[in-house]
Ligand binder design. Structure first.
Ligand SMILES: Nc1ncnc2c1ncn2[C@@H]1O[C@H](COP(=O)(O)OP(=O)(O)OP(=O)(O)O)[C@@H](O)[C@H]1O
Length: 351
């Protein structure tokens, strides 16, 4: 769904900002502290119910009592208000009770400085982003995932006062093995896309592969691993083994990408993975999400910036991207340039 307008009230440095957004490229341009990330944060909150980088208490503009965010998209209207601990979300006037529903209302992909480094970032971020992609192309993933989360919470609660045999292990193991299998299938599908993208950028056919570390002892079934680690789990009060500890590893020329690529190359590999996810989504017939890209130009030289824009142009997605200067935007890209300063819109140019 394409965003047509965005309104932000009382979020971080923004008191009141209204943008008529472009269907393709929306460039947020401004000096450090101008409010670019705040616009991206507003969108992220609207699409996930959660803040992006800052804790929920820190995003409310100092001195204000509540923040209000709203967006119009193809005849639909989404609004989110937060006052203290109370959050109210409305979609076309109806209450939205769970943030899960937002995943379908306003699908987003957020690339900020932590997770745009993806390959070199945390296993948690890689898992979350991989799961996001699977959630859309695998209709049962959400159900299996929720079953796993439920069983994991119950087992962790049981571990605090364990009595007899854990009643949750078989449900946990069944859902956990299901997640692992579905992740593996997904990575098999995404790998050729990633390989092609990597070749298109590097100009060389370097063998690139994805490896999933399951999150439990290799060679054991999850249930066996749970039983093996029970003593340790009891001691620590939580479950050590399972797909919640999985890790996605990138290899180039059969070596760990982390060990041989430069920072810029690692970022490009991470971006290529994100594009591959979108290509897979499109192949499966889904509408593509809106992309939020903080610090678009970070660590990318001119040819890498051009490559990144070209890939996104092929996908036809709506993008919100932050840059500190208009000169970082590749030439000839059609879209809106929003110049921000101190949380306000200074100038808007449509190209
Ligand atoms: N709760 C708040 N109330 C008021 N102002 C805030 C609040 N939290 C942060 N700010 C201010 O908002 C500004 C940060 O804005 P933002 O992070 O959107 O900037 P940016 O344009 O993305 O900058 P950079 O290029 O450095 O990432 C800072 O000036 C900061 O002091």
């Amino acid at each position: 769904m394409t965003l047509e307008t965005l309104q932000i009230q009382s979020l971080r440095c923004i008191q009141n900002l209204q943008l008529s957004t472009h269907a393709r490229w929306n460039w947020l341009i401004g000096a450090n502290g101008a409010g670019k990330s705040t616009v991206l944060e507003a969108l992220h909150i609207l699409g996930t119910g959660q803040t992006w980088r800052h804790g929920p208490r820190h995003v409310l503009r100092e001195g204000d009592a509540e923040y209000l965010l709203s967006a119009r998209m193809s005849d639909h209207f989404l609004a989110l208000r937060r006052r203290g601990e109370v959050r109210e979300i409305r979609y076309d006037g109806e209450s939205v009770h769970s943030a899960w529903e937002l995943l379908d209302i306003l699908p987003l992909q957020s690339l900020h400085d932590d997770n745009s480094h993806f390959v070199a970032g945390t296993a948690d971020d890689r898992r979350r982003i991989m799961d996001w992609g699977i959630y859309y192309v695998d209709p049962y993933y959400g159900t299996v995932f929720r079953e796993y989360r439920r069983a994991l919470a119950q087992r962790n609660a049981w571990l605090k006062k364990p009595q007899g045999k854990s009643p949750w292990d078989s449900a946990l193991a069944m859902a956990g093995e299901g997640i692992q299998q579905r992740r593996q299938d997904y990575l098999t599908r995404i790998e050729p896309y990633l390989q092609k993208l990597w070749t298109s950028w590097s100009g060389a056919t370097e063998i690139l592969s994805l490896h999933l570390q399951s999150g439990w002892k290799e060679g054991l079934a999850l249930q066996e691993s749970l039983q093996r680690d029970l003593g340790q789990d009891r001691e620590m009060g939580y479950t050590h083994s399972g797909p919640h500890r999985a890790n996605l590893v990138f290899r180039v020329r059969q070596r760990m990408a982390l060990d041989i690529l430069s920072r810029g190359q690692l970022r490009i590999l991470g971006l290529a993975y994100r594009i591959a996810q979108l290509l897979l989504l499109r192949e499966a017939g889904f509408a593509l999400p809106t992309l939020l890209i903080d610090d678009f130009a970070a660590e990318l030289d001119e040819s890498a910036r051009n490559w990144w824009v070209e890939q996104l142009n092929v996908l036809n997605v709506q993008v919100f991207a932050a840059v500190t200067a208009a000169g970082q935007i590749p030439a000839g890209v059609q879209g809106s340039h929003f110049y921000l300063a101190q949380g306000q819109l200074e100038k808007e140019i449509v190209i």
